[in-house]
Design a protein around this ligand. Structure first.
Ligand code: GLN
Length: 201
């Protein structure tokens, strides 16, 4: 039985817990560094990356989460969670991220107003089992560029029709600009993440 931790500092961690319960996967909310020892994988939810970062710093969680990310256990960031995993934020910033993902991310790419939309994402990895999904974007970021180095290998998993990169995998890190935990019909990213967990064990 696998146990997935959901970082519960701020944002939509409850929706992630509900989504996991539909797959009968155990989850716990992570708010202290000790909690990280109990889990096989970690989800960093959407919310406000500024707030998540501030709370993580004030609760002295930065180093432990970074250690978890480099431990090879699977980590999945959605939306603000993806921002927190990015090494660099375009134009910025005051925000201290956990890092791990060798990308430059652009926050609020689709507009700064409460900008939500269902968009078609083209899938580029057969392991996800579909060519296209409909995905929910809420004041979402996009991955502006990938920082290639001989040591990193990032796989682009999803792009918009207009070309923007919105889902990637780098080793044990999965990152999506959208919110699979909020859509009922597309379970491909959850199944992909559960496979990453099984492979890591
Ligand atoms: N706009 C938010 C940020 O920059 C992310 C929005 C979300 O997670 N739904 O952190």
């Amino acid at each position: 039985q696998i146990k997935v931790g959901i970082l519960g500092l701020q944002g939509n961690f409850l929706e992630h817990m509900n989504a996991l319960s539909k797959f009968n996967v155990d989850s716990i909310k992570i708010i202290r560094k000790e909690d990280l020892q109990l889990i096989d994988a970690l989800i960093i939810p959407g919310g406000e990356s500024t707030t998540i970062s501030t709370i993580a710093l004030s609760m002295d969680l930065m180093d432990s989460i970074r250690a978890f990310i480099s431990s090879k256990k699977p980590v999945w960031g959605t939306c603000a969670g993806l921002i927190m995993l990015s090494e660099f934020i375009d134009g910025n910033s005051e925000i201290k991220t956990f890092g791990g993902l060798s990308v430059i991310v652009q926050r609020n790419y689709f507009g700064s107003q409460l900008n939500s939309a269902i968009r078609t994402v083209n899938i580029h990895d057969k392991d996800l089992g579909k060519d296209q999904i409909k995905a929910i974007f809420i004041r979402a970021p996009v991955i502006k560029s990938i920082l290639n180095s001989p040591l990193t290998s990032i796989k682009i998993l999803g792009t918009l029709e207009s070309g923007e990169i919105v889902a990637v995998r780098q080793g044990n890190i999965l990152a999506t600009c959208f919110h699979p935990e909020l859509s009922d019909d597309d379970t491909v990213f959850h199944e992909y993440f559960f496979n990453m967990i099984k492979e890591s064990k």
